[in-house]
Each structure stands twice: as structure tokens, then as C-alpha cells.
Design a protein around this ligand. Structure first.
Ligand SMILES: Cc1cc2nc3c(=O)[nH]c(=O)nc-3n(C[C@H](O)[C@H](O)[C@H](O)COP(=O)(O)OP(=O)(O)OC[C@H]3O[C@@H](n4cnc5c(N)ncnc54)[C@H](O)[C@@H]3O)c2cc1C
Length: 422
């Protein structure tokens, strides 16, 4: 246990490990504390979009993932139709996706951070902070595996402690659940089917036949080592505080697995777990002078597809670069960090959470659903939708879909009464 570090990172998930790798490579003395001992499981769909692969590529880790399994895009099902939407080619992102169980993926990233020079304190929970003023942190209190609580002096702090963000809460983080959030369950299933597409069922029904706002997914994970294949199968529902998800997502998952069992030759769902997803930057209190929240702690999850691994890694990279770029700024990260998040994701997340919020309105999905997958225009419409849902549009894209999406994002952000991260 060091007496002090340049940067302490709370949480060794994708956000924390990525930040540690960049900061250690830049020469900072970095420690990553995670309450759990690694390898550890994390409830997740394990899916990696082209956007996530581009981010992994910056770390030199894309090959470690794509060497195991790749997918070519999405097969979307529901409302009387099925559409194949390949990942877009020729843009800023690769035209492939992948998936890796989080126990292995997070270990890969944490090992990478250690190799870059970060000190890994797994099994160490950050239980309290010392703050000489409201906006500055001077020490962290860590409880180690022996139960002892030790004090570490910190120059800077990155909080990457996930959806519930206990350390973020100590610092005043507030999660606004009047904006849309997710509740989702995942499982691992054996299958006889080798598949190069990820599958999403957009018409998610419960055992009583009610259509719920959300989707079911099957993400192929490749060979299981015993001659078969395995998939991550799960489902998630969207909700707001005012319109809670009236569903037991673990029950919903078993019902969904039953629906697709014959087609996929599925075994029983194993290791079924569920968790919440914060979305669309719906938190405030994300930074002080020498600290910032990243990843799920800052609600960096795309409301339209539930993707958070990529944004955890992206926000980690941005936060470390911002810390290193302006070390003497007396206001530090207090205003700069939420402003930087809004600059990068404000418009797309504002629009995405507005659209996802619409889906939670009773009657909207049963009315709008049949106009999508089952309609004669389903092919082009859902191809564009898959690109937008994956936030695979960049400033450089000049086509009509991209320009319309960006314009709608600007309007949505301008109309926000509480912008993301405000
Ligand atoms: C069911 C489900 C399916 C999902 N599917 C996908 C998907 O397919 N693709 C995708 O991109 N995203 C998916 N997500 C979202 C994704 O899992 C998260 O966005 C991602 O894990 C965020 O990474 P993170 O590093 O911010 O947090 P986490 O991965 O949650 O890591 C936080 C870490 O902080 C540690 N910690 C917490 N408190 C403390 C403390 N006090 N002291 C020390 N350590 C602490 C925890 O032990 C944990 O290891 C899914 C989420 C759910 C719930």
C-alpha cells in the first residue's frame, strides 16, 4: 500500500483500467483500487460494437478480442419481420464487432494497466475520503482484504466505481431517474449454432403476452472449448421513475430463452444475474477540482443500445488527457469535465434518451413497432436505425442520415431543461 499516489482510480472495470493504462503510460504514479478480487464477474451482455473495437485498438488490445470471435452486424427481429444490418463500412469505425465474457475482458484490461506500470490493489474497497474543501479530495481510506483501513494521499482521483457509484455519492453525485434508465438480466447458454451476427429481438413480450419497452439479445461468444458454442443471452427493459419497468427481468429472460430455444438449440440459461443501467448522462455532480467520475458512475451508457463498455473506455481516455493538459487550472475539472462530456456526447445522448424515453410511454411501442421491422421499408430503415442506435455517426460523416441525426441532436440538446451532466 503506497503512502501517496499521483492518481488513485476507484474501480478496476473498463473505465478504471483504461484510465490507469493511459495515466501510467504518461508517467504518473497510479493505483487502481477495486473492492473485488480479480478475475471478477460483472453483469453484462459482453457485447463490443465497432465503436468499442476502435477504442480497444487505441490500447493495442483489439486483436486479443477479435482473435476469439467477431460478428458482422445485427439481425433485428420482431413485429412480423427480420432485418440484417451489417456494421457500416468505410467510416471511422471497423465493420466488425465482438464479444468477450466480462470476467476475461476486465482481466485483460487490468493486466494491460499493470503492464503499463499501474499498481493494482484488487480486494481493496474505498470506504471514505478526506476533503479539505467541498471540491477537493486529499486522501482516500481503503479497506484491504485483511479488514484494515489505511489512508492514502492522493493528488488526483478518478471515480470509476460503476452504476451505484458509492464513492461518487460521497462526493455528491446524484442520479436523475426521471430520465430513462435500464434494468437488464444476462445469462450464459450453450448452443449448437456457430453464428457471425448478433441478434436482437425488439419485440420483447412477457409470459402474459404484454409488449415491454426494451429488447432481448443473443451475443455469440464463440467456441466453448468442448466442441460446442456459447452465447450471452439476456434482455433489458427501459424505465423512468414515473414509468417503472413492471417486469421481473430474470423471469423475462427465461421466457425469452424459451422462445428462441428450438431455433438456437439452446441449453438452459446459466449464471442468470440482473443489474441497473444508468443512461444518457443523467447524473449531476461529476467533477471537482482534482476529481472526476467516468464510465457508469457518470451514466455514460447509450440509451438506445445499452452500450457502456466503450463509453467507459472513451471517458477514461478523455479524463486522463484533460487532467494532464491543464494541471495548474485552479477550477480544475469542476466545470471543464462536464463541459467536455457534453461536447463529446451531449447532443447524441440527449436525443437518444429522449427517443428511449418515448418507448416507455404506454401504447407507443405497439403502435410504432409494426411500422418498423414488418413494413416494406424495413431494410433501409433498420439499416440506418442500427447505425444510429450504435452511435456510429461522427462529425466527419456528411450523408443525409448523419446530417439529420446531428441536427436533431442539436435541437434536442437546446431544448433540455436539465442537460446531461448538469
Ligand atoms: C445486463 C447488462 C447488460 C449490459 N450489456 C452491455 C453490452 O453488451 N455491451 C456494453 O458495452 N455494455 C453493456 N452493459 C453496460 C456495461 O456493463 C457498463 O456500462 C460497464 O461495465 C461500465 O464500466 P465501468 O468501468 O464504468 O464500471 P464497472 O464495470 O461496473 O466497474 C466498476 C468497478 O468498481 C468497483 N467498485 C465499486 N465500488 C467500489 C469501492 N467503493 N471501492 C473500490 N472499488 C469499487 C466494482 O467492484 C467494479 O469492479 C450492460 C449492463 C448490464 C447491467
Amino acid at each position: 500500500m503506497p503512502a501517496g499516489v499521483d492518481l488513485l482510480i476507484v474501480g478496476g472495470g473498463p473505465a478504471g483500467s483504461t484510465a490507469a493504462a493511459y495515466a501510467a503510460a504518461a508517467g504518473l504514479e497510479v493505483a487502481v483500487a477495486d473492492a473485488r478480487a480479480f478475475p471478477r464477474d460483472k453483469t453484462c451482455g459482453d457485447g463490443l460494437t465497432p465503436r468499442a473495437l476502435a477504442e480497444l485498438d487505441r490500447l493495442g488490445l483489439a486483436g486479443a478480442v477479435t482473435g476469439r470471435v467477431v460478428n458482422r452486424g445485427l439481425r433485428l427481429h420482431g413485429f412480423g419481420g427480420s432485418v440484417t444490418a451489417p456494421w457500416p463500412a468505410g467510416g471511422a469505425f471497423p465493420a466488425t464487432g465482438s464479444a468477450m465474457p466480462r470476467a476475461e475482458f476486465d482481466r485483460l484490461l487490468l493486466d494491460h494497466a499493470a503492464a503499463a506500470g499501474a499498481r493494482i490493489l484488487d480486494g481493496h474497497e474505498v470506504v471514505d475520503l478526506v476533503r479539505p474543501s467541498l471540491r477537493r479530495v486529499s486522501h482516500a481510506l481503503l479497506r484491504g482484504p485483511d479488514g484494515e483501513v489505511r489512508r492514502v494521499a492522493v493528488d488526483r482521483l478518478l471515480v470509476a466505481d460503476g452504476v451505484r457509484s458509492p464513492v461518487g455519492r460521497l462526493l455528491g453525485r446524484v442520479w436523475h431517474r426521471d430520465h430513462v434508465f435500464g434494468v437488464a438480466a444476462r445469462s450464459y447458454c450453450a448452443t449448437g449454432r456457430a453464428e457471425e451476427w448478433i441478434h436482437s429481438h425488439l419485440e420483447l413480450t412477457d409470459a402474459e403476452g404484454r409488449t415491454l419497452p426494451g429488447y432481448g439479445w443473443i451475443f455469440p461468444l464463440g467456441a466453448d472449448g468442448g466442441g460446442g458454442q456459447r452465447v450471452n443471452l439476456g434482455c433489458g427493459a427501459l424505465a423512468t421513475a414515473g414509468r417503472p419497468a413492471r417486469a421481473n427481468v430474470k423471469k423475462l429472460l427465461r421466457h425469452y430463452a424459451g422462445r428462441v430455444r428450438a431455433e438456437w438449440g439452446l441449453g438452459e440459461p446459466e449464471r442468470v444475474t440482473s443489474a441497473l443501467l444508468p443512461m444518457g448522462g443523467a447524473v449531476s455532480g461529476v467533477a471537482g477540482v482534482n476529481w472526476a467520475l467516468i464510465g457508469d458512475a457518470a451514466a455514460l451508457v447509450n440509451p438506445l443500445n445499452g452500450e457502456g463498455i466503450d463509453y467507459a473506455m472513451e471517458s477514461a481516455r478523455l479524463a486522463v488527457h484533460r487532467m494532464l493538459a491543464a494541471p495548474g487550472d485552479p477550477d480544475g475539472l469542476t466545470h471543464a469535465w462536464p463541459a467536455l462530456l457534453r461536447e463529446h456526447y451531449g447532443e447524441s445522448f440527449s436525443l437518444a434518451r429522449r427517443l428511449a424515453g418515448l418507448l416507455t410511454r404506454p401504447g407507443f411501442l405497439p403502435a410504432a413497432g409494426p411500422l418498423t421491422l414488418g413494413a416494406p421499408w424495413a431494410g433501409p430503415l433498420m439499416g440506418a436505425a442500427a447505425r444510429l442506435m450504435g452511435n456510429l455517426v461522427t462529425e466527419a460523416d456528411r450523408d443525409l442520415v448523419a446530417r439529420t441525426w446531428r441536427a436533431a441532436g442539436r435541437l434536442s440538446a437546446a431544448a433540455e431543461s436539465r442537460p446531461p451532466w448538469a
